[in-house]
Design a protein around this ligand. Structure first.
Ligand code: FAD
Length: 404
C-alpha cells in the first residue's frame, strides 16, 4: 500500500527559503521537487546576519558544522552616531550572550549559506532540483497540485509551497493582494577584500552607523577575508527588482552630512549593487488548500532586523513538523503551519519598520534614541532580544525525531 510520504511536494523557488523547506521535508523522509526560474541554483548578493534563533533550526537540520566552518563570529553589536562619530551603544556577544541564547551570533556570505543548504538537499537523496523553469500556471485538483512552467513543462505533487520571494507568482494565486509596498528606502551593497578596508575599521563587530534618513552597516565575512558594506538612504526612486548597479553620486549626496569615517568608508567602494526595499503588512492567511507560501512570499519584511532569511528557515522547519503531525493531510498541515507562524513573522515585519525609523531618526527622536540605547544595561539589551532569539517551543518537532 502506498504511503503519503511516497508523493513529492512541489516547491517553487530555490532561494534560501525554498531549499530550507526542501531540506526540512527531506529530514522527515518526504521527497520534494524544487523548481527554480534562474539558470542555476545560486545566490547573488552579499552578507547575511544569522540571529541566534536560526541556529536552533540549523541544529534540527544538521547544519551547525558546515555553517560554523564558513561563518564569522563577531565580538559586539555596535551602534555609532554617523553625524557625531560617537559610539551610541555596544552589546557584547561574549559569554553572557552565549549563555543566555545558547549559540553565537554569526555573519555569513549569502552564497555560502545557500551552498550549504543546496549540498545538504543534494546529499539527502530526497530533493530533485530543476533550474531554468519559471512557474506560470498552477492547478489544484484531484487531491494534488499541478504546475506548468513557461517552457511548457508540467510537474505534479501532493502539495505546493510557494517560496518564490518578494514578487511571488504563487502569492498572487493564493492571496491576490497585488504588488508589495515600496518602502521609500534604497540599499546599496558592496563586498570588499579585507585588505582594501581601512585598517582602523577592520573591526570584528557588526557595526551600524545611524544617521538622518541614512545608515551604514559593515561587518566581516567569510572567516575574515571580506567585508560587507550596506548603505541605506531614503529615496523616491523606484525600480522593481534586485540587483542593478547603484549611482555612487546619489549615495555620496545622501551621506554628505555624515562624519569623516563614514564618508571614508563609502569612498572605498567604486561599484555598488542596488536594491529598492519593499515589504508588506502582515497577513494571517497565506494558504489555500494544498498550496501555501513561505519566506518572503508569505511575509516580506524590511532588512532592519536582519531576519528575512532566518524567518524563511524557521518557516521550513515549522512546515515540515506540521506536515508530519497532520500525517500527510496537507490542507490541515498548512493551516496549522500558518497559525504557528503569522504572529511571530508579523511581529518581525512590524518591528523591522520601527527599527528603520529608529536608525534614521533626527532631532528629538534621535536624541531620545541615543539616550535610551546608551543608558541600557547589557542585561536589558539581552532581555529585549529574548522574543526573537530564544528557542521557540512551537518550532521544535513534537514527535520523536525522524531524521532521514
Ligand atoms: C539588503 C538586504 C539585506 C538583508 N539582510 C538579511 C540578513 O542579514 N539576515 C536575514 O535573515 N535576512 C536578510 N535579508 C532578507 C533575505 O535576503 C530574504 O528575506 C531572503 O533571501 C528570502 O528568501 P526567500 O527564499 O523567501 O526568497 P528569495 O531569496 O527571493 O528566493 C525566491 C526564489 O524564487 C525564484 N522564483 C521566483 N519566481 C519564480 C517562479 N515563478 N518560478 C520559479 N522560480 C521562481 C527566484 O528566482 C528565487 O531564486 C536581507 C534582504 C535585503 C534586501
Amino acid at each position: 500500500m502506498s504511503n503519503w510520504k511516497d508523493q513529492q511536494v512541489l516547491i517553487v523557488g530555490g532561494g534560501i527559503g525554498g531549499l530550507a523547506a526542501a531540506l526540512a521535508l527531506a529530514r522527515k523522509g518526504i521527497p520534494s521537487q524544487v523548481i527554480e526560474q534562474a539558470p542555476e541554483f545560486k545566490e547573488i548578493g552579499a552578507g547575511i546576519q544569522l540571529g541566534l534563533n536560526v541556529f536552533w533550526m540549523f541544529e534540527i537540520l544538521g547544519l551547525i558544522e558546515p555553517i560554523n566552518a564558513l561563518a564569522v563570529f563577531p565580538n559586539n553589536l555596535i551602534m555609532m552616531d554617523s553625524i557625531s562619530g560617537e559610539e551610541v551603544t555596544r552589546i557584547s556577544l561574549g559569554d553572557a550572550f552565549r549563555k543566555k541564547f545558547h549559540y553565537s551570533y554569526a555573519l555569513i556570505h549569502r552564497a555560502d549559506l545557500h551552498k550549504v543548504l543546496l549540498k545538504a538537499c543534494e546529499d539527502s537523496g530526497r530533493v530533485k532540483l530543476d533550474a531554468s523553469q519559471k512557474v506560470v500556471k498552477v492547478d489544484q485538483s484531484g487531491g494534488g497540485v499541478t504546475v506548468r512552467t513557461e517552457s511548457g513543462r508540467e510537474y505534479r505533487g501532493a502539495a505546493l509551497i510557494g517560496a518564490d520571494g518578494l514578487w511571488s507568482t504563487i502569492r498572487e494565486i493564493v492571496v491576490g493582494d497585488g504588488k508589495p509596498r515600496v518602502a521609500g528606502h534604497i540599499t546599496y551593497r558592496a563586498v570588499l577584500p579585507t585588505s582594501e578596508m581601512p585598517e582602523k575599521f577592520r573591526w570584528n563587530d557588526m557595526v551600524l552607523w545611524a544617521g538622518e534618513k541614512v545608515h551604514l552597516v559593515h561587518y566581516p565575512l567569510r572567516t575574515g577575508e571580506l567585508f560587507n558594506l550596506v548603505a541605506v538612504f531614503h529615496s523616491d526612486r523606484y525600480e522593481e527588482g534586485w540587483d542593478s548597479y547603484g549611482d555612487p553620486a546619489e549615495l555620496h549626496e545622501r551621506f554628505a552630512k555624515t562624519c569623516e569615517p563614514v564618508r571614508t568608508l563609502l569612498n572605498k567602494i567604486e561599484s555598488w549593487r542596488m536594491w529598492v526595499l519593499c515589504d508588506r503588512p502582515p497577513i494571517k492567511d497565506w494558504s489555500k488548500g494544498r498550496i501555501t507560501l513561505l519566506g518572503d512570499a508569505a511575509h516580506p519584511m524590511l532588512q532592519y532586523l536582519a531576519q528575512g532569511a532566518n524567518m524563511s528557515i524557521e518557516d521550513g522547519v515549522c512546515l515540515a513538523n506540521k506536515v508530519v503531525e497532520a500525517n500527510g493531510d496537507y490542507s490541515a498541515a498548512f493551516l496549522a503551519y500558518q497559525k504557528a507562524r503569522y504572529l511571530r513573522t508579523g511581529r518581525v515585519q512590524i518591528t523591522a519598520r520601527v527599527y528603520g525609523e529608529f536608525f534614521h531618526a533626527s532631532g528629538v527622536a534621535k536624541e531620545l534614541r541615543n539616550l535610551m540605547l546608551s543608558s541600557r544595561s547589557q542585561d536589558d539589551a539581552m532581555a529585549g532580544m529574548d522574543w526573537l532569539y530564544s528557542k521557540q517551543p512551537e518550532l521544535m518537532p513534537r514527535e520523536a525525531a525522524q531524521v532521514a
